[in-house]
Design a protein around this ligand. Structure first.
Ligand SMILES: [Zn+2]
Length: 509
């Protein structure tokens, strides 16, 4: 009886670990049928080792190990190499294999001492063979550390060469200094997200449930990541957000907490796509600017796809809401070089429209910071006065133009008070846009025509002018009613990829 209880006690953690491993594999896109077969073998192995009799009269622990254990072991190794493996794992894998060989050698050696005659000689021979293999693997593990480091340095060096070539390519702009305030949208790569995380906030994508769904739901789309450059005649060069950096895209594992196992198991390796031309420094150079000239970054929030470029701006003052710094998801690698340059607004400039608090950053009304918590604890939006009107940088408060229809389209929210704050922030933004007919919203992830056609062309020279802003507002009113409902033809819907795998796309209907 007690023995059975002990076995059941072993069963529970074994199944928990197995289930977690299966979730990781699914997250890495391993097909469901393969996972079912593999999962059944795992169950057979655990049950067979604890109660061999269950698998049949002839089953013994030794046979279970040989006929199920070996395939499961090889399968696990294969799956690990196929979907989790990074080149940086090589020294670790070799060291593990060396340890296993040495343990085997020790066991064989002890057996040899206890046995007599021919069996003893055989065991001793095995001990020497296994021990030799263990030593060789150990030496290889040590040597591979260097080789792996060299390989990573080569990847980064190649990236740097491509970046330099992209900066030098013909067709770059020259900076124009004529006293105008300029704003340039900067497309710094794309990010792969689940459709539900992006658009499904009203369809049950909320709180913990939403996060679990992002682990297994494979309805994915790619959306752009935008930062914005502000060239201001009085206040200098500034950025709103900074996009992703090259390491996030090409050395994803190295970026996320420096090879911490949990983050590598739970993140997708190809979450970000960034071409050499989309590097923040290249984009700035192509517009006639240098990243070193940026004096201030307004960070709408600390998420990694907004903070990645901070690595290229060690000289800049980074303005962000203290609540995001203290309670948000901060990725240390993004902030390493700027953590001493942070500046937290006091939000003591009084009410601004529907916003109870605001920060008139320069004291001249040219740039107002507005708290919009919800997407993150201290999210903020930035309102900039242009010569022809205003632009409102949305960060992730609302991902796209259709998201302004808060009661029809909503991104995933954290749940509870955060969801309430998110909706409150959205209503305040609606109010601000409704009361300011010359104010246009600029989004960080808009994947509709609004961004790719209208914003990009209106801001091609940084100065949209009154007519440019009016054009954007006209389009906005063609998509949304004055009551913030979507007009027909603008409701997003997921279209699965034609081949069954890969990325889907968003259709507006
Ligand atoms: Zn975000």
């Amino acid at each position: 009886m007690l023995k059975s209880l002990g076995k059941i006690g072993l069963l529970v953690p074994a199944f928990a670990v197995g289930a977690a491993w299966l979730v990781v594999l699914r997250l890495k896109d391993v097909p469901v049928p393969l996972l079912v077969v593999y999962g059944l073998l795992l169950v057979g192995l655990v049950v067979g080792l604890l109660w061999p009799g269950v698998l049949g009269r002839l089953a013994t622990r030794r046979r279970v190990l040989a006929f199920i254990g070996v395939p499961v072991g090889l399968g696990t190794l294969g799956l690990y190499l196929g979907v989790v493996y990074y080149v940086t794992d090589l020294p670790v894998l070799l060291a593990l294999a060396a340890t296993a060989c040495l343990a085997w050698a020790a066991a064989a050696f002890l057996r040899g001492r206890r046995a007599a005659g021919g069996r003893s000689a055989r065991s001793t021979r095995r001990a020497f063979l296994a021990g030799g293999a263990g030593l060789v693997l150990g030496v290889l593990s040590g040597l591979s550390v260097d080789r792996v480091e060299r390989q990573r340095r080569e990847v980064l060096a190649r990236g740097e060469q491509e970046r330099q070539a992209a900066v030098r390519a013909p067709g770059a702009r020259r900076r124009i200094v004529d006293g105008a305030v300029r704003v340039f949208p900067i497309h710094t790569g794309d990010t792969v997200v689940t459709y539900g995380q992006f658009y499904g906030g009203l369809d049950g994508w909320e709180g913990l449930n939403g996060y679990l769904r992002t682990l297994v739901d494979k309805a994915q789309i790619a959306v752009p990541v935008y930062a914005y450059l502000i060239d201001h005649p009085r206040h200098g060069l500034m950025l709103v957000d900074t996009g992703v950096n090259g390491e996030q895209a090409h050395d994803h594992d190295g970026y996320y907490n420096h090879n911490r196992m949990v983050s590598r198991l739970l993140t997708q390796r190809d979450e970000y796509r960034l071409t050499p031309e989309q590097d923040l420094r290249v984009r700035l150079a192509r517009l006639g600017y240098d990243a070193k000239e940026i004096t201030t970054v307004f960070l709408t929030h600390v998420h990694d796809d907004h903070a990645g470029g901070l690595r290229y701006l060690p000289q800049a003052t980074v303005v962000l809401d203290r609540r995001d710094w203290e309670h948000g998801t901060v990725y240390p690698y993004s902030f390493d070089l700027v953590k001493d340059n942070l500046s937290f607004p006091a939000f003591d400039s009084g009410a601004f429209g529907a916003f109870p608090d605001s920060q008139d950053h320069f004291g001249d009304g040219s740039l107002i910071l507005l708290p919009t918590p919800g997407h993150s604890p201290g999210h903020m939006c930035v309102l900039l006065r242009l010569d022809a009107g205003n632009v409102l940088f949305m960060g992730d408060t609302l991902y796209t133009l259709p998201h302004l229809a808060t009661d029809q389209v909503r991104q995933m929210t954290i749940g509870g008070a955060d969801t309430t704050h998110q909706i409150e922030s959205a209503r305040r933004i609606q109010h601000l846009l409704a009361s300011g007919p010359a104010t246009v919203p600029l989004f960080a992830h808009d994947n509709t025509r609004y961004q790719s056609d209208l914003v990009v062309s209106a801001f091609a020279h940084g100065t949209p002018g009154k007519e440019g802003l009016r054009e954007l507002r006209r389009y906005m009113e063609a998509v949304l009613t004055s009551g913030w409902r979507l007009r027909p033809g603008h409701t997003p819907r997921f279209v699965p990829p034609a081949s069954g795998t890969g990325l889907g796309r968003v259709e507006l209907r």
